[in-house]
Design a protein around this ligand. Structure first.
Ligand code: DSN
Length: 438
């Protein structure tokens, strides 16, 4: 007998099957997502998933880590090379836990820190309602240059010198252009503050040498997610390149380490760690070419939409230097309406606040990312096709089923994963399980 709840298990199988089929005929354009390589995906279902290993290789609290230790040593080694950092913690289970671990080292509860407002593209973990509030920090916001979609660095430096925060966070969720980290870090270091660069979105672009190099531009620590432009498993990293030559830096590095374990994880996710190791190897071999194409594709997408009359932000700066493109769709019913409409066309995107917006639940913008379509092998020509599809849905009022048919036709040509080992294997595959209920 299969058991009373076998139908629930079958329900899950069916939902996952439907979801996978849907994504195989859709355009996945959410800027914080990506498709993992088939080899890295295999690590996620390996026996590593079933195990525990607190601490560092060779210094565990559990037996059974012989091979896990070997993989984690290699993972650490590749991470240091990829991020050009002398200490990288690969155990953080997400970008937000990576940030929380860094917060532990950066300041004490009750201290003031500086960050970007979420309304101007800052991440929720940098906000009072998120991890910053949980750690009990007070918050001051940088002045933001809305025309150029970046922190106003000279005014931010002035604020830092006035307010003397204990830490300065930089890095965005809506992240179109590199930040002037040097100006901010000069002011921060002058008042004794540390600088954290949150590279969640742009980690793969930084690793591929195509965005900016925060650890060389004055950031004391860089955190990031391993599943956005760095196309690995869901997870985070905490990286620093501070030298071991003075006591304060050494203490800070130790606090980063204990901020991860035991601060924010007990046993880290070993299957994710193994998948990160594969993804880092792939990024070292293919990451530069991938990052270049991601940015070229974002720029081609932005240019295509602009030429069709959509209001793409920051034309005077070439629209974007990252994987992201932001569009003001106020004239077409607003961000929520357009994102929902696009979903009916099988284009998956998200509504986003843009300058002037007050309400996160009813913003005027859409945010698109080129990183997953690039991973699926699309190039500038396809980006122009995608721009036409978006324009048809949002501005021309073409029927969603007609647009969805165009989307499906385009996607049929791009089913494999690229910039990885065993290139070209399908991105969307399911294990063949038969239903368990009778
Ligand atoms: N808030 C997510 C995003 O930018 O999509 C990342 O955590």
């Amino acid at each position: 007998m299969p058991g009373a709840h076998a139908r629930d298990a079958d329900f899950v199988l069916e939902q996952v099957r439907q979801h996978t089929g849907w994504f195989a005929r859709s355009l996945p354009m959410i800027a914080s997502e990506n498709v993992i390589s088939p080899l890295a995906r295999q690590m996620l279902v390996s026996d590593f998933h079933d195990r525990y290993a607190e601490g560092h290789p060779g210094k565990r609290y559990y037996q059974g880590c012989t091979y896990i230790d070997e993989v984690e040593r290699r993972c650490n080694e590749l991470a240091r090379k990829l991020f050009r950092a002398n200490q990288v913690d690969v155990r953080a289970t997400s970008g937000t836990t990576a940030n929380m671990a860094a917060f532990f080292a950066l300041a004490q509860p009750g201290d003031t820190i500086a960050a970007i407002n979420t309304a101007q593209g800052g991440h929720i973990s940098h906000a009072k309602m998120g991890a910053v509030g949980l750690r009990g920090f007070n918050l001051v916001y940088y002045p933001f240059d809305e025309a150029n979609m970046t922190i106003d660095a000279p005014l931010a430096a002035k604020l830092i010198r006035q307010e003397k925060p204990k830490a300065c966070l930089v890095g965005n969720s809506l992240f179109l252009f590199p930040i002037d980290v040097r100006t901010i870090s000069d002011a921060a270091h002058e008042v004794g503050a540390r600088v954290m660069y949150d590279a969640a979105h742009v980690l793969g672009l930084i690793a591929g040498g195509q965005f900016q190099d925060p650890l060389r531009e004055g950031a004391d620590v860089m955190t990031g997610s391993t599943h956005k432009t760095l196309p690995g498993p869901q997870g985070g990293v905490v990286a620093t390149d501070l030298p071991d030559t003075n006591e304060a830096d050494q203490k800070f590095k130790k606090k980063l380490d204990s901020g991860v374990f035991p601060g924010t994880v007990s046993s880290h996710h070993l299957h994710h760690m193994a998948a990160k190791c594969v993804a880092f190897a792939e990024a070292l071999d293919f990451g530069e070419a991938y990052a270049k194409q991601v940015i070229r594709n974002a720029q081609a997408l932005a240019q295509g939409m602009h030429e069709l009359g959509l209001k793409v932000l920051c034309e005077h700066r070439g629209f974007t230097q990252s994987h992201q493109v932001a569009v003001d769709v106020r004239a077409h019913g607003g961000g929520r309406h357009c994102a929902e409409l696009l979903e009916r066309c099988n284009v998956i995107s998200n509504m986003n606040m843009i300058p002037g917006d007050q309400k996160a639940t009813d913003p005027s913008g859409l945010r698109f990312g080129s990183q997953e379509l690039t991973r699926l092998g699309m190039r500038e020509g396809e980006m122009r096709e995608v721009a036409g599809i978006l324009h048809a849905a949002v501005a021309k009022g073409e029927a969603p089923d007609k647009v969805a048919a165009r989307v499906s036709e385009l996607r049929q040509r791009f089913q494999g994963v690229h910039y990885c080992y065993r290139e070209g294997l399908p991105a969307h595959q399911l294990w063949e399980f038969l239903p368990v209920a009778r």
